[in-house]
Ligand binder design. Structure first.
Ligand code: PLP
Length: 394
């Protein structure tokens, strides 16, 4: 055990020396976009609650006030007590799946416990050693872990470089049984967008299967909040569309929208669906409550879009280097240590902003990732660009 402890200490020291040590910080939720840290309220620019639903007091009161003790075990319990395939498939689960299929005008939807569960399970279940996965270089860690668990060959094309993707397809398409194209729609650390119509055209041309992770766009993009595929007019062409409930939906879990055949296959083969306890029933009930509201939240979506436009303009006028084209707005700072320093100083000024560092992002591209939320007002954000510019120079 001593030698193991020595090994752990050495490795942690190395991580810390490289400025990459991660620590858990205690916070409490505040109303709307605020987070309480050491008794002080700060503006939370690090969360994924893009519509401000997870911290919406009125919505929560409305949800709980409607509750009676009728059917309380099935509806409100905090533990499902079993996996979906054993005893945990209470009636609300298929009802939420039907709600989702209807919203997306799809044949079927299947709920998973989290986006991570979904992404580490789906590619290994779908692919075999005679298949090829072509994935965007910036796909989320959960998709990468899924690819690692799969037996398919994996090639990661340069971020949003569809020319390289097409060259790979031309070179490889008749060497494999099935090709899978994998992308996020809004990239989680860069906030930029995939061109889904181009990907749809490529998948058709090469008879590939297109999987799109819309974790950061469901709820917040598209006329009815279905995501970027809805906005870009190609919803019906996405073979496998993944969304998560832990971000704009203000809950927990994830879903895949797909054909009935594929849904049946996933239930039978995805290990991270089969071998895990189902989400608590009360969580499912909350998600059904939210599902009714998402399509009507156009005003909130527009508000976030306006905040983004104003903040982007103000940051550029301070000559800061920004990226993205969405409510996720990275401000590039370069070195990890600088990102850490800035995040710490911003906290003292009332802004909760996380520095994102390698290995989450490539070396030399450490950044402050600002994520906007419908519960924010422009007056909350207006002082930030000047402040950031002055701290950056120190
Ligand atoms: C693109 C993407 N997919 C999946 C996930 C995982 O989702 P969850 O938090 O529900 O596990 C994340 C989490 O941040 C993500 O950014």
């Amino acid at each position: 055990m001593n030698s193991l402890n020595d090994r752990l200490r050495n490795r942690l020291n190395k991580i810390e020396t490289n400025g990459k040590l991660r620590c858990l910080t205690s916070t409490s939720p505040g109303d709307g976009a605020r987070i309480i840290y050491q008794g002080k309220s700060t503006l939370n620019l690090s969360g994924n609650d893009y519509l401000g639903l997870a911290r919406n007091r009125e919505l929560l009161i409305d949800f709980y006030q409607k509750k009676s003790l009728e059917n309380c075990l099935e509806r409100y319990s905090l533990g499902s007590g079993g996996s979906r395939l054993m005893t945990g498939n209470f009636s609300s689960y298929p009802l939420l799946e039907q709600d989702l299929a209807k919203m997306y005008r799809a044949e079927a939807a299947i709920i998973f416990n989290s986006g991570y569960h979904l992404n580490i399970g789906i590619l290994p279940a779908l692919t075999g050693k005679n298949d090829l996965i072509l994935a965007d270089k910036l796909c989320h860690a959960s998709l990468i872990d899924g690819m690692r668990l799969s037996r398919a060959e994996v090639i990661r094309y340069r971020h949003n470089d569809y020319q390289q993707l097409e060259e790979l397809l031309i070179a490889k398409s008749n060497q494999y049984e099935q090709i899978f194209l994998v992308t996020e729609s809004i990239f989680s650390m860069d906030g930029d967008l995939a061109d889904l119509s181009t990907l749809v055209a490529l998948k058709k041309k090469f008879n590939a299967c297109l999987l799109v992770d819309e974790a950061h766009s469901v709820g917040i993009r598209g006329l009815s909040g279905l995501g970027l595929a809805e906005e870009q007019g190609c919803l019906a062409e996405i073979d496998i569309l993944i969304g998560t409930f832990g971000k704009a939906w203000g809950g927990q879990g994830a879903f895949v929208v797909c054909s009935e055949l594929l849904a049946k296959y996933l239930i039978n083969t995805v290990r991270s669906f089969i071998f895990t306890t189902a989400l608590p029933p009360v969580n499912i009930l909350w998600l059904r409550h939210i599902a009714l509201k998402i399509p009507q939240m156009q005003k909130k979506r527009e508000h976030v879009r306006n905040l983004r436009a104003n903040l982007g303009k103000a940051l550029l006028s301070e000559e800061l280097r920004i990226g993205g084209d969405s409510h996720i707005l990275p401000v590039f700072v370069g070195e990890s240590s600088k990102a850490l320093r800035l995040a710490k100083e911003l906290r003292q000024h009332g802004y909760w902003i996380t520095g994102v560092r390698p290995p989450t992002v490539p070396e030399g591209t450490a950044r402050l990732r600002l994520s906007l939320n419908a519960a924010m007002d422009w007056c909350d954000l207006e002082p930030l660009p000047k402040l950031l510019a002055s701290l950056m120079e120190k």
